[in-house]
Design a protein around this ligand. Structure first.
Ligand code: C5P
Length: 219
């Protein structure tokens, strides 16, 4: 049987890296839900919509379908046919995404799409509310955490590899601010599901974390 695997946790805790590996090994669909909130934020910037304007943000979602496509160099994100894979990682999007993601109607619209993707199982989905709201019945729920300094260093390294301007101190502040915003919003705040397995990835290699998750899957 093809199960559902929910991987949640704070910013840069390694969710997408391990989720991709596990999806690949199991031949499951990988869904990066953060990329969807980022895509909406990118659209808001592009169309000069205020991050506080819930109605207009939902309108953007309805008019610009978000899709994922598997390509030679990994998964790409598209909105209304435009490849936004690198645009959605830019600092202006990262700074605003939590405000956009805090609107209940924005979440409703994206969660409906995510539930649909996950309805038949065979999916590894990562985000903040997958185990609590999107796939509450997921057979496997993982909550990944790591120290703030390790997470900032990881993102710093990633940014350098992708040629994105980066500053360690700024990243540390941005990660802390985003975690704070995501954990204190009213709708589906970042929170470990009661039945999730918590894994602290501080000081662990990617392979060690993948191994730990596989052990949970095999139980
Ligand atoms: O995972 P990533 O860091 O790309 O997510 C970007 C932002 O999108 C998060 O900081 C959070 O505000 C929002 N998000 C969310 N729910 C999800 C995934 C992401 O609110 N399931």
């Amino acid at each position: 049987t093809r199960i559902s695997i929910a991987i949640d946790g704070p910013a840069s805790s390694g969710k997408s890296t391990v989720a991709k590996i596990i999806a690949n090994e199991l031949n499951y669909i990988y869904t990066d839900t953060g990329a969807m909130y980022r895509a909406v934020t990118y659209l808001a910037i592009k169309h000069h919509i205020a991050f506080s304007d819930e109605t207009e943000l939902v309108d953007l979602i309805n008019k610009n379908p978000i899709s994922f496509e598997q390509m030679a160099d990994g998964q790409h994100v598209f909105v209304a046919g435009q490849d936004v894979t690198s645009d959605i990682r830019q600092p202006d999007v990262t700074r605003a995404v939590s405000e956009v993601a805090a609107h209940s109607k924005v979440r409703e619209a994206l969660v409906a799409i995510q539930k649909k993707i996950g309805e038949d199982g065979g999916v590894v989905m990562d985000g903040r509310d997958i185990g609590t709201a999107v796939l509450p019945k997921a057979e496997v729920k993982i909550f990944l955490v790591a120290s703030v300094s390790e997470r900032a260093q990881r993102r710093h390294k990633e940014n350098l590899e992708k040629n994105i301007p980066t500053d360690l101190e700024e990243l540390t502040k941005e990660i802390q601010a985003r975690d704070e915003y995501d954990s204190t919003r009213k709708v589906s705040p970042l929170k470990q599901a009661e039945d999730a397995i918590r894994i602290d990835t501080t000081g662990k290699t990617i392979q060690e974390v993948v191994q730990a998750i596989k052990e949970v899957i095999q139980q």
